[in-house]
Ligand binder design. Structure first.
Ligand SMILES: NC(=O)c1ccc[n+]([C@@H]2O[C@H](COP(=O)([O-])OP(=O)(O)OC[C@H]3O[C@@H](n4cnc5c(N)ncnc54)[C@H](OP(=O)(O)O)[C@@H]3O)[C@@H](O)[C@H]2O)c1
Length: 425
């Protein structure tokens, strides 16, 4: 983080990083060895952990973690500081009343999406903004925001907000600052409240400063209040209890954007400023979290069990799927890419599940089904013509890209069929 303003010194976390020094982050880890009586080997911990596959901590701002059956990643985002920021910012700073009209910017980010969800659950009318059509769709369809717009497609934000809030905004949860803050202030109602959480549009441009019309603030008695979530630790138990209840009842959705490997940190970080992330951006540097995540995710997404699992990856995902299959479940074993470049790795699904649930797992090779080719092509062409099927392709150009295109498959770089185009025609 850059230090651009003297007041950043008011918080230990707001100061800049020093070249050559480790970089701290909020994370989850597992204790390998401990000389601190607070922690034992194999404990999960959450708090300030420096970037690295291994890190040394003196125990400052680090606590033992009970994952409560949730994926470890939840404790970095939803049940960690992003969640607390959204919860404290919305309920303590904005002091909402049911039916009030709420606007949230960077609404697909880790804080914004939760602000919107808390506000909806509380009974407010919620409009969000985000920077891509996909994000708009997720927020509207999955998270049930009342309205969402792509601010990059709007030429006059003041007018845009008038359109979405013909009766004015009661609460603005600001994550971006800049022109969006100016436009929101112009559209606030009497006694409106602005929670100033972040100003991401200004972080990479030291010249940029929002200049809201302060006469609006005076005449409409608007409150603009900056806050740091760390000041609201006393709300942590209440926030976790409520959020866990919402999770269990399926009323809150988790948006996470996880990249794998320490080497992905720079691109994951820079991508935030391009708006690449959907939800909490997390970098997973160790394997342990995967096992836990798969197991719990399967249970979370299939509370009534899985009937069919089409397996392309093998490994822990297959194990987790088998644990969550229904009676007479069927598994098509198509590929096991997670095991291809690790000769030691083998899925070890619990075979008792196969027996008691009469599960069938069947490996197959598509070449054995050439007789289906005409039927498959006819149907798929029909779907293509009627626009019912979408094509995902990932084309790289030139013979020289073959190697990276191939290796990238094992890193998950491709979206859809990876094809190398070697000729121009
Ligand atoms: N006060 C606190 O205690 C506290 C705690 C945590 C975070 N924060 C702040 O709260 C804000 C949100 O944090 P977060 O963790 O939710 O963020 P995040 O998950 O990292 O998401 C950031 C999102 O902001 C949007 N964005 C990036 N550049 C932008 C620009 N120039 N103009 C408008 N939008 C832009 C992008 O989405 P789209 O462009 O696609 O919308 C991006 O995905 C940040 O400013 C952060 O610094 C404050």
């Amino acid at each position: 983080m850059k230090t651009t303003c003297a007041s950043q010194k008011a918080s230990d976390f707001g100061t800049g990083i020093s070249p050559g020094k480790v970089i701290d982050a909020f994370g989850v880890g597992k204790v390998v060895a401990s000389a601190n009586p607070k922690f034992e080997k194999d404990d999960y911990v959450v708090g300030l952990i420096s970037w690295g596959e291994y890190s040394v901590s003196h125990g400052f701002f680090l606590n033992k973690l009970d994952p409560m059956g949730f994926p470890l990643s939840y404790h970095v985002g939803l049940l960690g500081f992003s969640g607390l920021t959204a919860y404290a910012g919305f309920f303590e700073i904005c002091k909402p009343k049911k039916g009030e009209k709420v606007f949230v910017s960077a609404a697909s980010g880790s804080v914004g999406n939760l602000v919107g969800q808390y506000a909806k659950l509380f009974g407010c009318y919620v409009v969000g903004c985000a920077g891509t059509a996909d994000k708009v769709k997720i927020l509207k369809e999955k998270l049930q925001f009342d309205e969402v717009f792509n601010y990059k497609e709007e030429s006059d934000l003041n007018f845009t907000l008038q359109r979405y809030f013909p009766e004015g905004i009661d609460i603005y949860f600001d994550n971006v600052g800049g022109e969006m803050l100016e436009a929101a202030v112009s559209n606030m109602n009497l006694h409106g409240r602005v929670a100033l959480c972040g100003i991401i549009s200004e972080y990479t441009n030291a010249e940029k400063r929002a200049t809201p019309d302060l006469l609006n603030v005076i005449y409409k008695r608007i409150t603009i209040k900056g806050f740091l979530s760390g000041d609201y630790m006393s709300l942590f138990p209440e926030f976790v209890t409520k959020t866990v209840d919402y999770l269990h009842s399926g009323q809150i959705h988790v948006l996470e954007d996880i990249s794998i490997g320490l080497e992905s940190v720079p691109s994951a970080f820079v991508g935030i400023f391009r708006g690449d992330n959907v939800g909490k951006r997390i970098v997973q540097v160790s394997h342990d979290t995967i096992t836990m995540k798969f197991k719990d995710l399967s249970a979370q997404y299939f509370p009534e069990g899985i009937d069919i699992y089409f397996d392309n990856v093998g490994g822990e995902m297959l194990e987790a799927a088998i644990s969550n299959m229904n009676l007479h479940g069927r598994v098509a074993l198509c590929g096991i890419i997670s095991e291809y470049n690790n000769a030691e790795k083998r899925a070890t699904p619990d075979l008792l599940n196969f027996i008691y649930k009469r599960i069938t797992i069947k490996g197959f090779l598509s070449g054995d089904y050439m007789s289906l080719f005409p039927e498959f092509v006819t149907k798929t062409v029909d779907y293509l013509h009627s626009g019912q099927i979408h094509v995902l392709e990932d084309i790289s150009i030139g013979l020289e890209s073959v190697l990276s295109a191939f290796v990238g498959i094992f890193r998950g770089d491709n979206v859809g069929k990876r094809i190398v185009q070697v000729s121009h025609g």
